[in-house]
Design a binder for this molecule. Structure first.
Ligand SMILES: Nc1ncnc2c1ncn2[C@@H]1O[C@H](COP(=O)(O)OP(=O)(O)OP(=O)(O)O)[C@@H](O)[C@H]1O
Ligand SMILES: CC(=O)N[C@H]1[C@@H]2OC[C@@H](O2)[C@@H](O)[C@@H]1O[C@H](C)C(=O)O
Length: 368
């Protein structure tokens, strides 16, 4: 018997709202329709500002409402464009927009905004949201959750495989009996920041600017000494750590080491940032006997990044999830459609081996 779920994901790169309409049967999962809708520019600016400067409770409350309305608008547009029968939709799995993720603090929390009450009220569709906090209440990191979906989707592949999602952040899934996974660190976030600052683009198209530069090995070594990279799993990260300020500090430190006069060409910084993402992922893959690395997320569209991953991971086949028949662009949105299905069926999600939670649990809250 078929069930139909919609997954909605907007991630740390703030590049858009990914929506996936999925059909789930006993033995199969199929992406039927998908689309990405632009992020409201003003809301994007408010989120970026909230990540860097103090905000008031009023501003957070208003952002929660506005994001809820924005998601509802995108959903209504999607449902109309794809001619979906609302009555068929069992639920919407909504990740929301992460404003702050603090898994290691004295009082751990993870904040995703986008009021699900508004979405269910406006769409008249059941919404599952607030996925991360139960895992944290059980002592887990609350992220990444994609490994559970990767295990579900790729379990048929018998090779020793790993999946890496390269979005704003990068997160690795190591499939097998004892599923593990964690955020390896920055994905595209620092490259996006640098290219938007110095090459007036939202992202480095196909990695061309990075390719035109020469990576600085000393700067790369210094950046890789960031304690997060050597931290033991379970671990998760975000813009709280990997952000423009982090990069500026690294460049400042490097410049001081060189007597304060050194100037690295902007394109060489971009080349070094690409190598930082490549190395931080490859170093983790090499710790395991992996023979197939499946890549998803927007990083798949960075041809130079994919090439460099292949160069560095000799003996490992590096492919996009598209080549395995699974959308690299909508992987995370599909994951939240599946997580909504698991919640509706009150299934415990096997994630404690990933996040360090004391047990697997039923994740998410239902709004209807
Ligand atoms: N054509 C392209 N060339 C190079 N990079 C690209 C291209 N298209 C997208 N990207 C990169 O992919 C990023 C978006 O990826 P994605 O949508 O997976 O991120 P996200 O889901 O927001 O992040 P996260 O998974 O950390 O939450 C863009 O910010 C950009 O850096
Ligand atoms: C708190 C949060 O939103 N974390 C995101 C972020 O983006 C990628 C990586 O860091 C991952 O840990 C997570 O999202 C994906 C969907 C996950 O939970 O697997």
């Amino acid at each position: 018997m078929s069930e139909f779920y919609i997954g909605v994901m907007s991630g740390t790169s703030l590049d858009g709202i990914d929506i996936a309409y999925c059909e789930i049967k006993q033995e199969s999962f199929e992406l039927l329709h998908s689309a990405t809708y632009p992020f409201n520019k003003e809301i994007k600016e408010k989120i970026l500002k909230a990540l860097k400067t103090p905000v008031t409770l009023k501003q957070i409350g208003e952002l929660d409402t506005r994001l809820g309305e924005m998601y509802a608008d995108a959903l209504e547009r999607f449902i109309a464009e794809k001619k979906i029968d609302k009555k068929q939709i069992a639920a919407i799995g909504l990740h929301g927009q992460t404003l702050w993720h603090e898994p290691e603090g004295e009082y751990p929390f993870s904040m995703q905004l986008g009021n699900p009450n508004i979405i269910t009220a406006l769409t008249n569709i059941r919404v599952v949201s607030d996925f991360r906090r139960k895992d944290m209440a059980l002592g887990g990191q609350g992220a990444p959750f994609a490994p559970a979906f990767h295990q579900y989707i790729f379990s048929r592949l018998k090779a020793k495989i790993a999946i890496v999602n390269i979005g704003g952040m990068a997160n690795l899934s190591l499939l097998g009996e004892n599923l593990t996974g964690y955020d390896t660190g920055c994905g595209n976030v620092l490259m996006d920041y640098w290219v938007s600052l110095h090459n007036s683009a939202m992202f480095d198209e196909d990695g061309r600017w990075a390719k035109s530069g020469t990576p600085n090995s000393e700067l790369l070594e210094q950046m890789l000494s960031e304690p997060y990279f050597s931290k033991k799993a379970p671990k998760s990260t975000g813009r709280e750590l990997f952000n423009g300020a982090w990069l500026e500090r690294e460049l400042q430190t490097f410049s001081h080491k060189k007597g304060g006069t050194l100037h690295i060409k902007n394109m060489d910084v971009q080349a070094t940032l690409l190598e930082l993402t490549v190395s931080s992922i490859a170093n983790e893959v090499k710790k395991n006997e992996i023979n197939l690395l499946i890549v998803c997320g927007g990083g798949v569209k960075n041809g130079y990044l994919m090439q460099r991953l292949g160069d560095v991971l000799r003996g490992v086949e590096v492919v996009s999830s598209d080549e395995c028949g699974v959308s690299s662009e909508f992987m995370e949105a599909m994951a939240f459609a599946w997580l909504a299905h698991e919640r509706v069926h009150k299934n415990c999600v096997k994630l404690s081996s990933v996040t360090g939670a004391s047990k697997d649990s039923i994740l998410g809250a239902i709004y209807e």
